[in-house]
Design a protein around this ligand. Structure first.
Ligand SMILES: [Mg+2]
Length: 205
């Protein structure tokens, strides 16, 4: 059933809620293998986007995604800001280039994820949020239902526990990074889960 809540502000609220309620957990994960700032960084970025949700909801989707991406780059900071920012900016650009139509948003995902990989100079298995993005991309492209996309994302984040970090601050720990979930992979899976739960209530979106 379609609710009266507009799609984009609703999605922003859902993402904000999951980041705020998990900020401490993300900080703990980052304290184990990094500098401990991922929770506060993500919360700061999330709050900046949340504060602009109504204006963002009034923009065409490509512009809104690019704007959110730029806000994330400037407010999250750390390693994650440019990665999340690149993802959304590239999705916005892809969407504008492709025009409207069913499934177009899903098609923007592979080039946007590839841009994130270039930006982070990372690949699959490096124990970063890319491990989750690749899983999400794969699930979205085979048109898995939202609950399944969310499950793939969390499973990919869980898989980072056994990995040795090859990019980012955690890579300085070498083998000692094994046994901890990557904080970026965790935030990415949490956001994916929140977005998927929200979209399940928006069947026509
Ligand atoms: Mg950090």
């Amino acid at each position: 059933m379609r609710t009266s809540r507009p799609l984009l502000p609703g999605l922003i609220e859902a993402c904000h809620a999951v980041i705020v309620s998990n900020a401490d957990h993300l900080g703990e994960l980052d304290r184990a293998i990094g500098d401990g700032d991922h929770g506060t960084n993500m919360k700061r970025g999330s709050e900046a986007v949340y504060a602009e949700r109504d204006q963002l909801g009034g923009l065409p989707l490509p512009e809104a995604l690019e704007k959110i991406g730029m806000v994330l780059v400037t407010t999250i900071g750390g390693a994650a800001g440019p990665l999340y920012g690149t993802l959304l900016i590239e999705m916005g650009r892809g969407l504008r280039a492709a025009g409207s139509g069913d499934g177009v948003l899903a098609e923007t995902l592979p080039p946007a994820v590839a841009a994130v990989a270039r930006r982070g100079r990372a690949q699959a298995g490096d124990k970063t949020l890319l491990d989750v993005l690749y899983a999400v991309q794969q699930a979205v492209l085979k048109q898995s239902p939202p609950a399944e996309v969310a499950a793939y994302a969390m499973s990919a984040a869980t898989d980072t526990i056994a990995m040795k970090a090859l990019r980012g601050r955690a890579s300085f720990l070498g083998d000692r990074s094994i046994g901890h979930m990557d904080p970026g992979a965790c935030s990415c899976a949490l956001l994916t889960g929140s977005i998927c739960r929200f979209l399940e209530e928006f069947p026509s979106a």
